[in-house]
Design a protein around this ligand. Structure first.
Ligand code: DWN
Length: 408
C-alpha cells in the first residue's frame, strides 16, 4: 500500500514532517529461530502532521493482512490491569445504558474476548469482530461469538441489512490501526442504533508528545489522535463526540463516547479549549518532538552502557510492540540486554524484531537473576514490579525508560 502524501482523515495534501524513525521491522512480527537467518522486511516509519484537521499520522500503510491476521501475537488477557479496566468500563455501561438480554454489544478488534466476556456473563448478547485468527479462536472458546474478519463499511451494511443494530459499539486501540479511517467510522455510523453509543479508546497524542512516548509509534498505529482531530473525523460521518475521559492506561489514553445525537458535554469543550490553548492543533506543538526523542535515546543508551561498564547484567520485561520500536530506534541489542521476558506464551521462544533479542517466560528472571530489568512494557510498570516482588527482594532493580530513563 506504500506511502501516502494526503491526510488519512481529511484528504488534504501538505502534511508537515515531525519525526523520522527510519526503516524499521514490523513491531509485532516476532521471529522464529529459523527466520533469524532470513532478510527481515523493513518499512519507513515517518510521522507527519496535517495542518488542516490537526491529525498526527504515519505516511506508510503496511497491508492490514500483513499486520493483523496470521500469527498476530497480541492477546489482551495477559494483563490483569487491562482486564480490570475493561470490566469496569462494561459494568458502567450496562448500568448507564440500562442494557439487557434484548440489547446488542459489539466490539471492533475484540481480540481474545477480554472485554465482551463481561457482557456474556451478564446475559447480554454480543458480537466480536477481529481479523486475528489466534485471539478470535480463544474468544470463541469462552463463549464470545466472533467474526474472524476486518470491520469495514461493507460488513456494517451487511450486518445492518440482517437487522443487527448495536446499542453499544466498543473500539479499543483499533481506530488508530485502520487503513481506511473514514470507511471504519462510516461503518460505525451504519451499525450503531439511533440511541446507541460508540465507546472508543485511543492513545492521546498530547500525552505521547508531553511524555516522549515515541515507542507508541509503529506501523500498526497509523493515526495519533487529539480531541480536535477526532471531532472533525466523527462530525464528517454524522456522529458526535459528546463525552471524553482521560485515562492513565497505555501512557495516557482517551475514552470517547460517540452518539448520533449532538449533545456535546463540558468534558469535550474543556479538552478542545486546552488543545487550542496549548496549540495541539498546530504544528508548533510538535516541532521539537524529534529533538526531545533523540535526547531520550542518548540518556537511555548512556544509562545502559554505564551499567554494562560496571559489569552489571541487564534483561528486559515485555516483548511489546512498543518495545520493538524502542530497542530498534535506540539501538539496544544483545550487547546491552541479554533477553526479554513476557507472560504471553505465544511470544515465548521467539525473538524481538530487528535486534533479535530472545524472549522467554518471566520465570527466567529468577533463574538468571539479572542485576537490572529494563521495563519495555513501562505502561504496566506498577503491575509488573508488584508481580516481580521476589526478583526485587533478591536485589533486582528496574529501569523505566519513558518519559525519563531512571533506575527504580
Ligand atoms: O495498540 C496496541 C496496544 C494496545 O497493544 C496494539 N497495536 C499492540 C499492543 O501494543 P504493545 O504490545 O506495545 O502493548 P502492551 O499491552 O503494552 O504490551 C505489554 C506486553 O507485556 C505484552 O506482550 C504482555 C506483556 N505483559 C507481561 O508479560 N506481563 C504485560 C503484563 C501486564 C504482565 O504482567
Amino acid at each position: 500500500m506504500g506511502a501516502s502524501s494526503t491526510c488519512r482523515s481529511c484528504g488534504h495534501a501538505g502534511l508537515e514532517p515531525v519525526l523520522d524513525l527510519g526503516r524499521t521491522p514490523l513491531a509485532d512480527r516476532l521471529l522464529t529461530a529459523t527466520q533469524l537467518a532470513e532478510t527481515e522486511p523493513v518499512y519507513p516509519l515517518q510521522v507527519a502532521f496535517c495542518p488542516h484537521c490537526s491529525l498526527l499520522q504515519i505516511l506508510e500503510t503496511v497491508p492490514p493482512e500483513v499486520l493483523f491476521c496470521e500469527d498476530y501475537p497480541y492477546y489482551s488477557s495477559f494483563s490483569d490491569a487491562l482486564l480490570r479496566h475493561s470490566r469496569e468500563n462494561v459494568l458502567d455501561l450496562i448500568a448507564r445504558r440500562d442494557l439487557g438480554p434484548r440489547s446488542l454489544a459489539v466490539e471492533l478488534a475484540s481480540n481474545d474476548g477480554y472485554l465482551l466476556r463481561n457482557y456474556v456473563e451478564a446475559g447480554i448478547p454480543v458480537l466480536g469482530i477481529d481479523p486475528a485468527e489466534g485471539p478470535a479462536r480463544e474468544a470463541e472458546k469462552i463463549g464470545v461469538r466472533t467474526l474472524n474478519t476486518f470491520f469495514t463499511a461493507e460488513l456494517a451494511t451487511r450486518l445492518a441489512a440482517d437487522g443487527r443494530q448495536a446499542d453499544v459499539i466498543h473500539g479499543n486501540n483499533v481506530l488508530a490501526h485502520v487503513a481506511d479511517t473514514n470507511g471504519f467510522v462510516g461503518g460505525i455510523a451504519t451499525l450503531l442504533a439511533g440511541s446507541g453509543v460508540a465507546v472508543i479508546e485511543v492513545p492521546y497524542v498530547k500525552d505521547l508528545i508531553d511524555h516522549r512516548e515515541f515507542d507508541t509509534i509503529y506501523h500498526e498505529h497509523l493515526c495519533y489522535f487529539s480531541v480536535t482531530a477526532l471531532d472533525h473525523l466523527f462530525r464528517r460521518h454524522g456522529l458526535y463526540l459528546n463525552e471524553v475521559k482521560r485515562l492513565p492506561i497505555h501512557g495516557g489514553s482517551l475514552r470517547l463516547y460517540v452518539e448520533k445525537v449532538e449533545r456535546v458535554g463540558d468534558s469535550v469543550k474543556e479538552l478542545l479549549a486546552l488543545e487550542a490553548a496549548e496549540r495541539v492543533d498546530r504544528i508548533d506543538f510538535y516541532r521539537d518532538f524529534a529533538q526531545r526523542v533523540e535526547g531520550l535515546k542518548t540518556e537511555l543508551l548512556a544509562l545502559l552502557r554505564g551499567l554494562k561498564a560496571q559489569g552489571r547484567s541487564v534483561a528486559a520485561y515485555g516483548a511489546a510492540a512498543k518495545g520493538a520500536t524502542l530497542v530498534n530506534y535506540v539501538g539496544i541489542g544483545t550487547d546491552l540486554v541479554d533477553f526479554v521476558v513476557d507472560r504471553n506464551v505465544h511470544k515465548q521462544g521467539r525473538y524481538m524484531p530487528g535486534q533479535h533479542i530472545p524472549i522467554f517466560g518471566p520465570e527466567r528472571l529468577l533463574t538468571a537473576q539479572p542485576d537490572y530489568v529494563l521495563l519495555l512494557a513501562w505502561n504496566f510498570a506498577a503491575e509488573i514490579m508488584e508481580q516481580q516482588a521476589e526478583y526485587a527482594r533478591r536485589g533486582g532493580r528496574f529501569v523505566v525508560p519513558v518519559p525519563e530513563p531512571k533506575v527504580v
